[in-house]
Ligand binder design. Sequence first.
Ligand SMILES: Cc1cc2nc3c(=O)[nH]c(=O)nc-3n(C[C@H](O)[C@H](O)[C@H](O)COP(=O)(O)OP(=O)(O)OC[C@H]3O[C@@H](n4cnc5c(N)ncnc54)[C@H](O)[C@@H]3O)c2cc1C
Length: 336
Amino acid sequence: MSEATRMVDGGPHELDLLIIGAGPAGLYAAYYAGFRGLSSGLMDSLPEPGGQVAAMYPEKQIYDVAGFPSIKGQQLVDNLVEQAAPFSPRYFLNHRAEELVPGDDGQRVTVTSHRGVTVRCKAVIITGGIGTFTPRPLPDAQDFEGRGLVYFVPRLNELKDLDVLIVGGGDSAFDWALNLDGIARSVTLIHRRDRFRAHEHTVQQVLASPATVLTHTEVARIRGEERVRAVEVFNNRTDDRMTLDVQALVAALGFTADLGPLKRWGLEQRKRSIVVDTTMATNLPRVYAAGDIAEYEGKVRLIAVGFGEAATAVNNAATVIDPSAKLFPGHSSNKG
Ligand SMILES: Cc1cc2nc3c(=O)[nH]c(=O)nc-3n(C[C@H](O)[C@H](O)[C@H](O)COP(=O)(O)OP(=O)(O)OC[C@H]3O[C@@H](n4cnc5c(N)ncnc54)[C@H](O)[C@@H]3O)c2cc1C
């Protein structure tokens, strides 16, 4: 995203459609809105588009997106941004949608961000995923955040030729360990237990790799002045201590997700998700939901499913915005 794309004034901005959440479902909704001739905006609390994919696993291969036998997370996001770009969706990044108020006239919905930007639109699609997500912090380590300590690894090459310590026993920790093999100078993974939550196959791959895996081990102290220089770790059974000379520390301790402001908008909710009908409509007029956040009987949370739901939501919103519009727009291959 260019700086120019990020600059937005307080508004009110007038749009046909506002999409709350710029993850894969939201980005695809922006493409589809453009395809239907609707002006759209994408609001996201994160500084970059891509939702969970860009924030949590940009370097991982994804194998179950239709049409792509294998694609890297960030590449999928870049493709989605590119696909929507001809329709110039307006990006409101670093803006958490804080308030949503259906208009008295029944024709408009007004959304205000936590930084006071107001968008007036004819319909809203909420593609907020699991809500705003924040990594579980490594205790007493905040001084080193951005100075060698990271919670996500957006670009593996940033850790090139470094000695890297990964903390955690879940999928992310083991994925980073595997993906950093051959990029980092050395990889050490520590976990406070001897059982891992990660996929068994990945665990076996890491154990067979040059990475060192230490169980029952926790961080005692990070050393360094300007940046991480070494980390003192201890065995939580024996209290044995050792110092690892590392220049990077990846804390993969999971994350907490919070629907946050969405919970106060009067939406019907179930299992921390928003209940929708077969048109993806919520209980609020002109408000739709798609992707991970949408809930109905038999729901499956996959990127591929979110794409279909986004198209359904946009097409149904289009008929509410303009009652003379058709629900089925025809095929994209017949246009242009
Ligand atoms: C490690 C990992 C691996 C995965 N692997 C796969 C896989 O291989 N295949 C697959 O299909 N799925 C996979 N998934 C799941 C997949 O990432 C999700 O299903 C997908 O990201 C959901 O897309 P979404 O657009 O609905 O929501 P998200 O990607 O969660 O995006 C939602 C966006 O909404 C924003 N948001 C939330 N609330 C607000 C608010 N109030 N204001 C503004 N913005 C807000 C968030 O910041 C976020 O950017 C994986 C998930 C993880 C964590």
